[in-house]
Design a protein around this ligand. Sequence first.
Ligand code: UDP
Ligand code: MN
Length: 267
Amino acid sequence: MGGTAWVTLATNDSYALGALVVANSLKRVNTVHDLAILITPGVTLAMKNELLRVFNFVKEVDVFDSRDETNLRLLARPDLGITFTKIHAWRLTQYSKCVFLDADVLIVQNCDELFDREELSAAPDAGWPDCFNSGVFVFKPSDSTYNALVDFALVNGSFDGGDQGLLNLYFSNWSTADSSKRLPFVYNMCSTSTYSYLPALKQFGSKVKIIHFIGSSKPWLQHFDSSTRIITSGDSHLTNFLQLWWDVFVVHVHPTLTTEMSVQRLS
Ligand code: UDP
Ligand code: MN
């Protein structure tokens, strides 16, 4: 007990590539906190070995594992599968505090100070700012919170079908209770800001600490020219962030990947 860790999640090899970039982007800015990842059986063994190289702790979870007593109640709700995979993060009780990061974020500047915040701290969602975005949040692992979240979800479900809807209902006073739990948007700058508020992105973009590539156009799905090492597609206002994502990938992730896991296979 007592350690601190960044926690991410991958249920397949594509998201695991994102997770490897997340981890290396944290190392690039010299984080002092551990790196932990939750994976499911959808991640290949070869990829798991890559993750073991970079992460301090790799935890395999299977929400539909009927040998796991706590999970038995979930078997009736297969629709909530990925949602529950994320809330498994509360079971990492060897840590006293964690920050969850989606696998589609990129750390641009050191933000170790997030660990000074309390559960549940998160940044507003760009689409509905009275809700928090669940791609970046500070939490405290606890078996009792995990159980309470499971109980809550079985009764209330999730209004958006995902973890964000569930977590916003459970931590329902986030927007009104304690302003220190409302993280500045620069800790979870959603890529949709390029069209929702471009002047603000131009004004404050250099202050961004974490960029979150929400939606379907993930960085690993963009066209990257491997000879010039330049990113040639995607939203032009995000070019610098996408280029940084690919620079981290090319320098730190790609060289250690085994050949059968080359990036071509994923495009
Ligand atoms: N995720 C995953 N496999 C999936 C979908 C999601 O591992 O098939 C994990 C991954 O960590 C991802 C997070 O769940 O970052 C949330 O999904 P996503 O980032 O795609 O949602 P968005 O942020 O675009 O709403
Ligand atoms: Mn995301």
